[in-house]
Design a protein around this ligand. Structure first.
Ligand code: ADP
Ligand code: UDP
Length: 257
C-alpha cells in the first residue's frame, strides 16, 4: 500500500495525495457497503477487480471523447487520477426499471424504459442521498445551468457507449451511477467537467442477457452470494481477466459463476 498522505477515506476507496500537484491516488479497498453503510462486508479481491474494470471503462470512454479524471493505473489496487472538485451530485442513468425506481414508482423490475432516464441525487450520506430536481440544483447552486446540461449530455453519451460495450459481451446495462468534478486548468476561470470516481459493478446494475443473472452489487445487497465471482465474470467477458480466471499476476479466483 502507498505510504503517501491520506486525503480522504471513503466506504470503498482511499484517496492519497498524488506525486504531482493536481493529482490523487485512488486506492480500491475490498470493503463493500450497502443501504447507506448499514450493511458491510469485506469481499476478497473486489478492489483489485474494480480498479481494473474502472480503468478499462475510463480508458475507453476517453478514447471516444468523454473527458475523465483517469491518468493511469499504478498497481493492483491503485490508479493515478486528476484531482477534481467533486460536484455534489450522483447522476444515475437507467435503461431498465430496478432498485429505487421500481420501489418508488411501483414499476416492475425488469421493465425496459421507453427511453434512458437521467436522475440526480444529492451526495449526502447523512440525508441518505436524496433525489433532487433541476430546480433544487439551480436554487442551491450545486451546478450551474450549463453544468447541468453538460452532466446530462455526458451521462447519456456514457450510457450509449457502455450499453453497446456490455451488450457485445452478453450483458445488459440496467442502470449506473456517475460522479463528475470540476478541473481547473491553467488560468481558465471556467473549469472543465471531468468524469470522476469509478465505473464498476459496485456502481452499475449488470444483468446477463440470456439468464438474467445479476453480475453486480445487488448480489451483495440481496445476499445472493458469489459477489466477487460475478465481478470476475464481468472482467473476464470484457477481456480483462484471462479465461482461466487469472489475470497477469493480479488475482485469482476459483472458477467463474
Ligand atoms: P464514499 O465517499 O461514498 O464513501 P468512496 O469510498 O468511493 O465513496 O470514496 C471515494 C471518494 O472520492 C468519493 O467521495 C468521490 O466523490 C471522490 N472522488 C472520486 N474521484 C475523485 C477525484 N478525481 N478527485 C477528487 N475526489 C474524487
Ligand atoms: N448507485 C451507486 N451508489 C449509490 C446509489 C446508487 O453506485 O450511492 C448505483 C446503483 O448501483 C445502481 C444505480 O446507481 O446501479 C441506481 O441505484 P438505485 O437508485 O436503484 O439505488 P440502490 O438500489 O442502489 O439503492
Amino acid at each position: 500500500m502507498s505510504k503517501k498522505r491520506i486525503i480522504y477515506e471513503g466506504k470503498a476507496k482511499i484517496l492519497y495525495e498524488g506525486p504531482e500537484p493536481g493529482t490523487l491516488i485512488q486506492y480500491f479497498k475490498d470493503d463493500a457497503t450497502a443501504f447507506n453503510a448499514q450493511k458491510r462486508a469485506v469481499l476478497d479481491g473486489k478492489g483489485v477487480l474494480n480498479n481494473r474494470i474502472s480503468e478499462f471503462m475510463m480508458t475507453r470512454l476517453s478514447a471516444v471523447g468523454i473527458p475523465t479524471h483517469f491518468i493511469r493505473r499504478l498497481n493492483m489496487r491503485e490508479q493515478l487520477v486528476k484531482k477534481v472538485d467533486i460536484i455534489p451530485l450522483e447522476v444515475v442513468v437507467r435503461n431498465v426499471a430496478a432498485g429505487t425506481l421500481s420501489k418508488r414508482l411501483g414499476i416492475e423490475e425488469g421493465q425496459v424504459l421507453p427511453r434512458p432516464m437521467v436522475e440526480f441525487y444529492l451526495k449526502d450520506d447523512a440525508l441518505g442521498d436524496p433525489l433532487v430536481t433541476e430546480e433544487h440544483i439551480a436554487a442551491f447552486g450545486w451546478a450551474t445551468a450549463q453544468e447541468y446540461e453538460d452532466l446530462i449530455s455526458l451521462s447519456l453519451r456514457v450510457n450509449d457507449f457502455m450499453s453497446g460495450l456490455f451488450a457485445a459481451v452478453g450483458i445488459r446495462l440496467v442502470d449506473f451511477k456517475l460522479e463528475f468534478g470540476r478541473y481547473y486548468e491553467g488560468d481558465n476561470e471556467i473549469p472543465r467537467i471531468l468524469l470522476a470516481d469509478e465505473i464498476s459493478p459496485d456502481s452499475c446494475r449488470l444483468w446477463d442477457f440470456e439468464t438474467g443473472d445479476k453480475l453486480d452489487k445487488d448480489r451483495f445487497r440481496r445476499d445472493l452470494g458469489g459477489v466477487t465471482e460475478a465481478y470476475a465474470e464481468v472482467a473476464r467477458r470484457l477481456g480483462i481477466l484471462k479465461e482461466s480466471g487469472e489475470t497477469d499476476n493480479v488475482v485469482s479466483f476459483n472458477g467463474g459463476k
